[in-house]
Design a protein around this ligand. Structure first.
Ligand code: PEP
Ligand code: MG
Length: 289
């Protein structure tokens, strides 16, 4: 089902009634980034940084991270890139952190929860990302936000890193919305950010109470369940003027894209191979119908 990118797929995707929908790529490796660019991505909506950490015995230094992020993002040739802070913990342990095994990893110390417990790990990443923002259009995204305090605490470190580095042109700062509490409490979270990005993979797992990687409960893991669409409508309404994008798998599912646009989403980040199809589909839709 792979569609090759012909010239037109590099053009912006507009609906028949001329509404622009941003189509970006979800990436984890340098190869993904190249593919996203070749397939006409308007940018990178989600750069997962876990690969830069998982295979190491020692945490990467700020200089190493900077160099690796710079190499990873270079193939986008200046298009905007959303770098997500490290989303590990729980089932993805880091060898250099001695984390005790959680009884229920998905409900344990992961994402932002872990970053707040390891300030050095957070500071090193933010510094590397902010240094890169001097030469590229970067956005910073915080994973697994549940409480308003999660995002306000990271925001404080973000501001202090900006000040320490003497950076006055601040990159957009955003929160992932991927827990039911974050979806229902989006108005409070939105006060601290420039943008939001919905992670439907985790949102489905936590809403349907079914692990995303457990085949035994596969039939409960429904990211297009009506409960998810209710939450998406709440997010879109309660985010107010804060832009909301979507970077979970749901964003790339052709049968639901008309519904996502009707709810108000205007920015979708999908697997690089899906970009041409998603853009083609959007070009055939009429929103005011
Ligand atoms: C998500 O949860 O939907 C998401 C995009 O993040 P990840 O799949 O990396 O958890
Ligand atoms: Mg997630």
């Amino acid at each position: 089902s792979m569609v090759r990118c012909q010239g037109v797929c590099h053009d912006p995707a507009r609906t028949l009634d001329r509404v622009f929908v941003q189509v970006e790529g979800n990436v984890g490796t340098n190869h993904d980034v190249e593919l996203a660019f070749e397939n006409g991505a308007d940018g990178i909506g989600l750069l997962r940084t876990e690969q830069l950490y998982l295979a190491r015995d020692l945490p990467p230094t700020e200089d190493e991270l900077f160099a690796e992020l710079r190499a990873a993002t270079a193939p986008m040739h200046g298009k905007p890139i959303t770098i997500r802070l490290l989303d590990v913990g729980g089932d993805k342990p880091l060898s250099f952190l001695r984390l005790t095994a959680a009884s229920n990893p998905a409900l344990g110390r992961r994402g932002v929860r872990l970053l707040l417990e390891y300030p050095e790990l957070l500071r090193t990443q933010l510094n590397a990302v902010l240094r890169l923002s001097r030469e590229q259009e970067i956005r910073v995204l915080v994973p697994m936000v549940t409480l308003e305090e999660d995002i306000s605490a990271i925001r404080d470190v973000f501001e202090s890193s900006l000040a320490a580095l003497g950076i006055s042109e601040r990159p957009p700062f955003g929160a992932m919305i991927e827990t039911p509490a974050a979806a229902l409490g989006v108005a409070a979270i939105a006060k601290h950010v420039d943008f939001l990005s919905v992670g439907t993979n985790d949102l489905a797992q936590y809403t349907l109470a079914a692990a995303r990687d457990d085949p035994a409960v596969n039939r409960y893991y429904l990211d297009d369940h009506p409960a998810i669409f209710r939450l998406l409508s709440i997010i879109a309404a309660d985010a107010g003027r804060t832009p909301v994008s979507m970077c979970g798998e749901l964003a790339g599912r052709e049968e639901v894209i008309p519904q996502l646009l009707a709810i108000g989403f205007r920015s979708l980040s999908v697997a690089p191979t899906l970009i041409p199809r998603v853009k083609a589909l959007i070009r055939g839709l009429r929103l005011d119908a």
